[in-house]
Design a protein around this ligand. Structure first.
Ligand SMILES: Nc1ncnc2c1ncn2[C@@H]1O[C@H](COP(=O)(O)OP(=O)(O)OP(=O)(O)O)[C@@H](O)[C@H]1O
Length: 266
């Protein structure tokens, strides 16, 4: 295996069972993610982006079946991992930031306790070391007064602050791969750009590779090194970001680019 490849998805096929029979939702998806690289995944709603992410994380719903393919994280086939091994991988080498920050937190537990539980389960840190690391990462994602935030409950923070806290927890694990599915949707444009900048800096510092799912082509243009375009379960185009925006080859990519709002980053 090439030492720079951290995640390798090959010929992934996923179907879901419906009252009308099996429905194919991911069709022969293959891609590689290199250490420290940001790979953008774009496509219309329902094109299979989230299902691809859930498959990598081992969190597909029961009605979904992986019919074929392999998913290698640092050479280990995740499709052969036990549920206990997957839980440990998810909080360790593979971290996840999903769309809805509220769903990632237990409402009865403080932000600090979430941090301590995650950090101390994964790394042998004393309480004081874990606390210091947590506060450092809260600061790195732009949250003011980290020591106070640690004492607060999820409902006491705004959606944007929770999203930052969720990213801080994920990045504090220093994962090899971060799966980020619409990670900044709870923020306005200015805060979104600032947080994306901070996420990119953290990924560079830690050499974390990111699979970034977004509807927002401005976010993709700003963040990604390479972009994959997904349509109806298939990757129809994959290219370095500048080439994709300058010379889109697939008609669907051209359509997405033409449909984007006139004001933005691209
Ligand atoms: N249990 C299910 N039964 C039938 N179809 C399903 C089921 N779960 C998901 N799907 C279908 O799978 C397809 C892929 O969904 P997915 O959530 O991956 O899309 P997406 O590209 O992430 O969309 P969005 O951008 O809206 O999150 C969709 O067409 C969805 O309707």
């Amino acid at each position: 295996m090439d030492k720079h490849i951290v995640l390798s998805v090959d010929h992934l096929h996923i179907s879901v069972s419906t009252p009308h029979g099996m429905k194919k939702i991911v069709n022969d998806v293959s891609f590689r993610l290199n250490r420290g690289e940001v790979l953008g995944l774009v496509g219309a709603s329902g094109s299979g982006k989230t299902m691809t992410c859930l498959a990598i994380m081992g969190l597909l719903q029961e009605s979904a079946i992986i019919e074929e393919g392999s998913i290698l994280l640092e050479g280990k086939n995740l499709l052969q991992a036990t549920p206990a091994q997957m839980r440990s991988i998810r909080g360790g080498r593979l971290a996840v930031v999903m769309q809805n920050p509220m769903s990632a937190f237990n409402p009865t537990v403080t932000i600090g306790s979430h941090f301590m539980e995650t950090l101390r389960a994964q790394r042998s840190l004393s309480r004081a070391e874990a606390r210091e690391l947590a506060e450092t990462y809260l600061g790195k994602t732009g949250l003011p007064r980290p020591a106070e935030i640690m004492k607060q409950y999820p409902f006491q923070l705004s959606g944007g602050m929770l999203q930052r806290a969720m990213i801080a927890i994920a990045m504090s694990l220093q994962p090899a791969v971060l799966i980020a599915d619409e990670p900044t949707t709870a923020l306005d444009t200015v805060h979104q750009m600032r947080l994306l900048e901070q996420m990119r800096r953290l990924c560079e510092e830690q050499e974390t590779a990111m699979l970034l799912v977004s509807h927002d082509l401005g976010v993709i243009a700003y963040m990604a090194d390479e972009v994959m375009v997904m349509q109806e379960g298939s990757i129809v185009e994959k290219a370095p970001v500048a080439r994709l925006f300058d010379r889109p080859e697939h008609p669907y990519t051209r359509m997405l680019l033409e449909a984007r709002p006139g004001i933005g980053l691209v």
